[in-house]
Design a protein around this ligand. Structure first.
Ligand code: SAM
Ligand code: SF4
Length: 463
């Protein structure tokens, strides 16, 4: 576990020499090359407090994100299949000792009903989420759930990519998970600070820090190319967590030639009977949160950054500009809540944590357009085998945008035709037309052909 070098990380946080503003500006200049930053460089930026330098950091993060990913924002929704859990994480409402939580494991048919709801909202990407339970949340159950979700087709609309956020598996089980045709496997370390980790996980299988830390190694060895890491911000100093996350990312990159496909930045939210969530030991304020997102963008320019509906709408809008590339929308965090979303009380008794952004998908979509971001429902890369190092190669050579932009535009046209109401259709259609005009002639023509097909009723047009 030496790649999470606590002593070194702590020394970087405490090093007064890194408070030098000239050095902070130099690091931002270096970051403009979009080649990433060292751990020390990242620490320099995390220590910045000067408002002018911070503005420079934010605008550089925006510039880099747009250079690599353009103005696209990929949309997805979580699907919780069970809130049963044998762990006792002090921050989560699903913890075993929370006797007030109404426990529920969806049947495969109920998972189908949730899928139907999400498809009818316009979603194409799902993040499947489950508590850890050896009898109820088995790999076999997850496999059947995935099979059910992929089996739905409603007038050409379907879920085309399922990412999975479950407890770490053995190498053999990861191979089985891969055979279910998943997209990204996600697992958050929660905290990279060992003693804090032990405190937050008093018992249960999750108490094993190393088993979790090496989950991504096992997943990659099992040929799951796209893995997603994350830290739960609020458990310890945000600078420590950010440097821990980056150490993890650098280590995967150096050993497997690919870093994580995504980094998630969940921030602690209130949760029923979860003591650490009621009063986060190291609550991260909005200013620090924005800074750490921007630093991650500069440090690992080619990694997707995921922002969930844990955050309020205003803050989400602000964070889109510093490098976020994927967002959830219209989310619920309790099993069965999509279909039964009218019963708010019942939902609260089953949910994992409280959300900050309650807006339905269509509102988020129109808001993105208003702010100049192109909503994308693209799921092409996985299905065209552009995963792992193949994806990274394209991203690093600056060519991923040439593929993503047409796919984003085509999937957005599909969304407009199938799900936008008459009132907003005209507005977003105009936005889409302007986005097409930005493309070079060759790409523009290719996109126009894709859109012609979609307007003629074809679905799932991509390359
Ligand atoms: N049970 C599995 C695990 O812990 O890895 C997977 C699913 S767990 C429901 C998904 C993530 O939710 C956790 O990794 C944690 O980071 C996040 N989470 C838990 N409690 C939270 C809270 N109160 N606020 C925000 N995020 C929370
Ligand atoms: Fe269980 Fe995951 Fe919640 Fe911990 S975070 S209690 S492991 S669902």
């Amino acid at each position: 576990m030496e790649f999470i070098n606590e002593e070194y990380i702590q020394s970087l946080i405490e090093d007064n020499a890194l408070l030098d503003e000239k050095l902070q500006i130099e690091v931002i200049e270096k970051a403009k090359e979009a080649k990433g930053l060292s751990l020390k460089d990242a620490a320099v930026l995390l220590n910045t407090t000067n408002p002018e330098i911070l503005e420079n950091l934010f605008s550089t993060a925006k510039e880099i994100k747009e250079r690599i990913y353009g103005n696209r924002l990929v949309l997805f929704a979580p699907l919780y299949i069970t809130n049963l859990c044998v762990n006792n994480c002090l921050y989560c409402a699903f913890r075993r000792d929370n006797r007030e939580l109404k426990r529920r494991t969806l049947t495969i048919d109920e998972i189908g009903e949730e899928t139907e709801f999400l498809i009818k909202q316009g979603h194409k990407r799902i993040l499947l989420v489950a508590g850890e339970h050896p009898k109820k949340s088995t790999l076999d159950y997850v496999g059947k759930a995935i099979e059910k979700i992929y089996s739905y087709d409603i007038n050409g609309n379907n879920i085309r990519r399922i990412n999975v956020n479950t407890a770490p598996l053995t190498l053999e089980d990861f191979k089985t998970l891969k055979s279910f045709q998943i997209g990204t496997y996600q697992c958050f370390q929660e905290t990279y600070h060992y003693q804090t980790y032990l405190k937050m996980h008093p018992d249960g299988p999750k108490r094993d820090f190393a088993w979790r830390l090496f989950a991504m190694d096992r997943a990659l060895q099992a040929d799951i190319d796209d893995v997603g890491i994350g830290a739960l911000f609020g458990l310890t100093d945000y600078r420590f967590e950010t440097l821990g996350l980056l150490s993890h990312a650098f280590n995967l990159d150096s050993r497997y030639g690919i870093g994580p496909h995504t980094i998630s930045v969940p921030r602690l939210e209130p949760a029923l009977n979860a003591p650490a969530a009621q009063k986060p030991p190291h609550a991260v304020n909005d200013k620090h949160f924005k800074k750490l997102v921007a630093v991650i963008r500069l440090a690992v320019p080619y990694t997707g950054i995921i922002l969930s509906t844990r955050e309020r709408a205003e803050l989400r809008r602000d964070l889109f500009s510093v490098g976020v590339s994927q967002i959830s929308a219209g989310s619920r965090t309790s099993p069965g809540a999509y279909k039964e979303s009218k019963d708010a009380m019942a939902e609260h008794q089953m949910e994992q944590f409280q959300l900050g952004d309650h807006r339905p998908l269509d509102e988020v979509v129109y808001d993105c357009c208003d702010l100049g971001y192109l909503p994308s429902f693209c799921t092409a890369c996985y299905r065209s085998h552009r995963t792992g190092d193949r994806f990274m190669e394209l991203a690093k050579s600056g060519n991923i945008g040439k593929i993503c932009a047409p796919n984003a535009l085509a999937t957005f046209q599909e969304y407009i035709n199938d799900f936008a109401d008459e009132e907003t259709k005209t507005k977003v259609q105009k936005f889409l037309a302007k986005e097409i005009e930005k493309l070079d002639e060759k790409t523009k023509n290719a996109v126009k052909k894709m859109i012609e097909k979609i307007n003629a009723g074809e679905h799932d047009v991509y390359f």
